[in-house]
Design a protein around this ligand. Structure first.
Ligand SMILES: [Zn+2]
Length: 381
């Protein structure tokens, strides 16, 4: 073999020798012998190249070694083949034969080694175990923001002597509307507002049916809170969902007054928005209370001024107040419906939406975020 096509063991790294070429090619020793007439260097080169292919530890390294030997641009064997035309016809015949044998055999070895490595990789992933991967930290979740605020509210009312009463999400018309003094033609009973279920049942539109159930089961005094999910046939947008969460409260005893209601609601508002928060009760109509009211708190964003940096406050829309919840003295007709004597007992009730309270407190602009399961949102709480 002439200078331009000469090959030797030294063209390749010593470390390649550790591969077991005979292990993947039973013909290995015979092939090395067959190359010896072309020169001892050529045979030694092939021996080391074949060991290098057989010993490639992974697919990436195999590709690297294959490129070094047979790559189109810089492969050693490829380069020597390209030099053949410069040789005399006799040299060209002998070197050409050896180089082409080397190319063919190394190509076979590479294919054999590659499929062996691929099989190993498949069986590792089939067992689901790759001990070389870094460990994964166990993933610890936390309670949803609404569950957190519900817990906080129940805790607060527990401190005021209230117990929790849980009632069904599927209700009868009678419990959801009739016994709560809704007139038969009240618009809330319309199919546009309420999800009706077969058999005259419906998905409760508020947690207030719980009052009726509790009062039918128990005698006064009662001091209860009613947490749960409620449903309305709403067009979903940034501030309306077709399901949300409420907490109702009910206090029934002798001589319960509006002053008791006011004190309870102020305690609640201060615990949520801080001691300094200002509140007001505004008369509002609800069928199940008389008189009915809504509790407003001074806007926490503009401190009740209605203006932020010389512009209208976006949260209270310039009004300076935010509606927090509905409340009132329990209507005598509700007491009559559950068998209480409205001359003997009085009571107050209130109801609030958890989403609304959370949105006000943290400035959350979009009610749909609560149900979207987007961790970028949930992880903030
Ligand atoms: Zn404001």
């Amino acid at each position: 073999m002439s200078a331009s096509t000469a090959l030797g063991r030294g063209d390749l790294p010593d470390a390649w020798d550790s591969g077991d070429a005979a292990g993947i090619d039973p013909e290995h020793d015979r092939r090395v012998e067959e190359l010896k007439p072309a020169g001892a260097g050529v045979a030694a080169f092939y021996d080391r190249a074949a060991r290098g292919i057989a010993g490639a530890p992974d697919l990436a390294e195999l590709k690297e070694r294959h490129t070094r030997l047979l790559g189109r641009e810089r492969g050693i064997v490829t380069g020597r083949l390209a030099g053949l035309p410069e040789l005399s016809p006799e040299e060209r015949r002998q070197s050409g034969r050896a180089l082409n044998l080397i190319k063919r055999w190394l190509t076979e070895l590479e294919a054999a080694r590659r499929s062996a490595l691929e099989r190993e990789q498949e069986s590792r992933s089939a067992q689901g175990l790759d001990v070389t991967l870094p460990g994964r930290k166990p993933w610890i979740g936390h309670r949803h923001v609404l569950a957190q605020i519900q817990e906080e509210l129940l805790d607060l009312f527990h401190g005021l002597g209230y117990s929790v009463y849980v009632s069904p999400e599927v209700e009868s018309d009678d419990y959801n509307f009739g016994k709560l003094n809704f007139p038969p033609d009240h618009p809330a009973r319309d199919a546009h507002d309420t999800y009706w279920v077969d058999g005259g049942l419906l998905l409760r539109t508020h947690t207030s049916p719980g009052w009726v159930r509790a009062m039918e089961e128990r005698q006064p005094p009662l001091r209860l809170v009613f947490p749960g999910r409620v449903f309305r046939a709403e067009q979903v947008d940034a501030s309306h969902m077709d399901q949300f969460h409420q907490v109702d409260g009910l206090f029934v005893d002798r001589d319960v007054s509006m002053a008791d209601l006011k004190a309870t609601l102020n305690t609640f508002a201060r615990s949520i928005y801080g001691r300094a928060v200002r509140t007001r009760l505004v008369p509002v109509y609800f069928p199940f209370v008389e008189p009915g009211a809504q509790l407003d708190v001074a806007c926490v964003i503009c401190d009740g001024s209605g203006r932020v940096r010389d512009a209208r406050c976006p949260v209270c829309k310039g009004g300076g107040w935010i509606e927090l919840l509905g409340a009132g003295m329990v209507h005598p007709n509700v007491f009559r419906a559950v068998g209480y004597d409205p001359e003997a007992v009085t009571g107050f009730a209130f109801g609030m939406g958890l989403e609304r309270i959370a949105m006000m407190r943290w400035g959350i602009p979009e009610i749909r975020l609560f149900l979207e399961n987007d961790l970028r949102f949930l992880n903030q709480f």
